[in-house]
Ligand binder design. Structure first.
Ligand code: SAM
Length: 289
């Protein structure tokens, strides 16, 4: 399917989000290819900057990416008392790595991304995100996150899954047995945080992912952020902890406003953190009953 017509890109996904679409006016198609794993497009938009599109789905735009990258990184890191060793699964644009390496307690970051072409193209066209790959704390492996998880035991304090949506190569990263593998790859008290979809669009799917997580983790929650270029302008994270006393909405590491500024955080603050876990009543009743 050609998603670009008359200089407009339209995110038409009848399977995932039937009956709706988000469109962006395009200035230029910067790159287009089919990699071993997916269809990759990078476009320059009129109002959202540079945009990475995989299999016809917007992954990030340079205008609003920080609200996603900062939140998926800092929510779990600030819930963990000592997040020294972190694993990122997916995240081929480099934006999550850029955020995670900033956290003062993080010493080592491992990342496993399935598609090296996403990394290479992000370095060329999205340098403000791909700068995450240049940090000396980061070690990048090209491979499947699901397979990688099978061979790592009690190694990480925090695992962040920044995956594409549950079609194509990312399907396995939403399944219950992925949560089981992540549990085994974590040290005691470890925390996972995954791209979990939006309650507006994926209501039952989010609940199913939370239930899958809950079979292996003592505490599970769902947090939200707003990202205008994602469907409904909204996305959430499924977060799980092995610590039965975990209270996700109280960060154990807090930052003053001047620390927030020196970390160059634009969305995450110690006040935004608890607010992200506050859910509308109809959602709360469904997710936590
Ligand atoms: N923030 C984006 C979102 O929410 O849509 C995701 C961005 S990031 C580009 C997603 C990455 O996950 C892609 O680069 C994709 O190649 C990678 N990915 C998908 N399935 C994977 C798997 N099984 N193992 C590792 N990486 C995977």
């Amino acid at each position: 399917m050609n998603f670009i017509k008359n200089n407009w890109f339209s995110e038409i996904q009848d399977e995932l989000w039937p009956g709706q679409m988000f469109s962006l006016k395009i200035k230029e198609v910067l790159h287009k290819e089919k990699s071993k794993f997916q269809d990759i497009q990078i476009v320059e938009t009129e109002t959202y900057g540079t945009c990475l599109i995989l299999d016809g789905i917007i992954q990030c735009t340079s205008r609003d990416e920080f609200s996603y990258q900062e939140m998926i990184g800092f929510l779990p890191l600030c819930c963990h008392p000592n997040p020294q060793k972190v694993l990122i699964v997916g995240g081929g644009d480099g934006g999550v790595a850029r955020e995670v390496v900033k956290h003062p307690l993080v010493k080592e970051v491992h990342q496993v991304e399935i598609d090296e072409r996403v990394v290479e193209l992000s370095k060329k066209y999205l340098p403000s995100m791909a700068c995450g790959f240049e940090n000396s704390k980061l070690k990048l492996t090209i491979g499947d996150g699901f397979e990688y998880m099978k061979i790592h035991k009690e190694e990480f304090d925090v695992i962040i899954t920044d995956s594409s949506d549950p079609i194509g190569p990312a399907v396995s990263l939403f399944q219950e047995n992925y949560y089981k593998l992540m549990k085994n790859a974590l040290k005691p008290g470890g925390i996972v945080c995954s791209q979990g979809g939006s309650f507006w669009l994926d209501f039952d799917y989010v609940k199913k992912t939370m239930d899958g997580c809950g079979k292996h983790f003592a505490k599970v929650a769902y947090a939200v952020t707003s990202v205008p270029s994602y469907p409904c302008g909204h996305i959430g994270f499924v977060i799980g902890s092995l610590d039965p006393n975990q209270n996700f909405s109280e960060p154990v590491t807090r930052f003053t406003k001047s620390q927030i500024d020196s970390l160059n955080l634009k969305y995450y603050t110690s006040e935004v953190h608890p607010a992200a876990f506050a859910l509308p009543r109809w959602v709360e009743k469904h997710f936590y009953k």
